[in-house]
Design a protein around this ligand. Structure first.
Ligand code: ATP
Length: 236
């Protein structure tokens, strides 16, 4: 098991956002957290990557408790979190943004090879390697954000709403790349409001409602579930 989240309660000040949330991600899996706006998906990701600390419960990464660690330390251990909104350096080139992801000691020596890997995954970025990141389209910026995360050679890649604001054709391309990243050996945990896409690519998924996990199952199984279809897929 790569990641085990076990019964976490997370608060923003006095306001409780997660109640006893548990989920797990096995090595090599693609796992999705889905749910409506405000269900607690982003909060759950932040609790994994050390940006928030649960008041109760545990987070184990490779069997090791990480729920009290700083985000920096968690990154060092091999978790790369791409937040919603991407957070690139707009006045730096595509390539400089990508290289900024390779600062960790384990990744630095391989940065040329990793750069080539990113350009193979995203040929469009190779064409634009000298262009300022701030001048790229939303979809291209998302590619840079994913590429930069891969430059750190993470064991677990966390993506928060990667398809947000992208044109449908780019959403397809993005999910194809996510599949390929997973096939190449990086475990993927993602949050999506695009429930159909998320359940199509995910091996397993968890449905969150009001800060609680209310359902879990294989992606395809949830896709066919009448309750999920009625609540999230506009069916029924
Ligand atoms: P979205 O897709 O809208 O981001 P989400 O499922 O990711 O939804 P969260 O962002 O995790 O949901 O929010 C869960 C709950 O925590 C919501 O009730 C939200 O209002 C609350 N919340 C989120 N961020 C904060 C914050 N910084 N301060 C206080 N409450 C917050």
């Amino acid at each position: 098991m790569l990641l085990e989240v076990d019964g976490i309660d997370v608060y923003y000040g006095d306001v409780q956002a997660l109640w006893g949330v548990s989920f797990r991600v096995e090595r090599g899996e693609k796992v999705a957290l889905v749910g409506a706006n405000g269900a607690g998906k982003t909060t759950a990701l932040r609790a994994v990557s050390g940006l928030l600390h649960p008041r109760r419960g545990r987070v184990l990464f490779g069997g090791r408790p990480i729920e009290r660690m700083t985000a920096h330390r968690v990154t060092d251990l091999g978790i790369a979190h791409i937040p919603e909104g991407r957070q690139l350096f707009p006045l730096m080139s595509v390539e400089e943004n990508l290289l900024a992801g390779s600062y960790l000691p384990r990744a630095r020596p391989h940065r040329r090879a990793n750069l080539e890997r990113v350009y193979t995954l995203f040929p469009r970025l190779a064409e634009r390697r000298r262009q300022d990141a701030g001048t790229l389209s939303g979809g291209e910026q998302q590619m840079v954000a994913i590429g930069r995360a891969l430059m750190s050679e993470p064991a677990l890649l966390i993506l928060d709403e990667p398809s947000l604001g992208l044109a449908p054709v780019l959403v397809q391309e993005l999910f194809r790349v996510i599949q390929r990243i997973a096939r190449d050996g990086t475990t993927v945990l993602l949050v999506e409001q695009n429930v159909h896409q998320a359940l199509t690519v995910a091996d397993r998924a968890y449905v969150l409602e009001n800060g609680r996990v209310v359902m879990e199952g294989a992606g395809r199984e949830l896709l066919a579930h009448p309750g999920v279809q009625a609540a999230y897929l506009g069916v029924g």
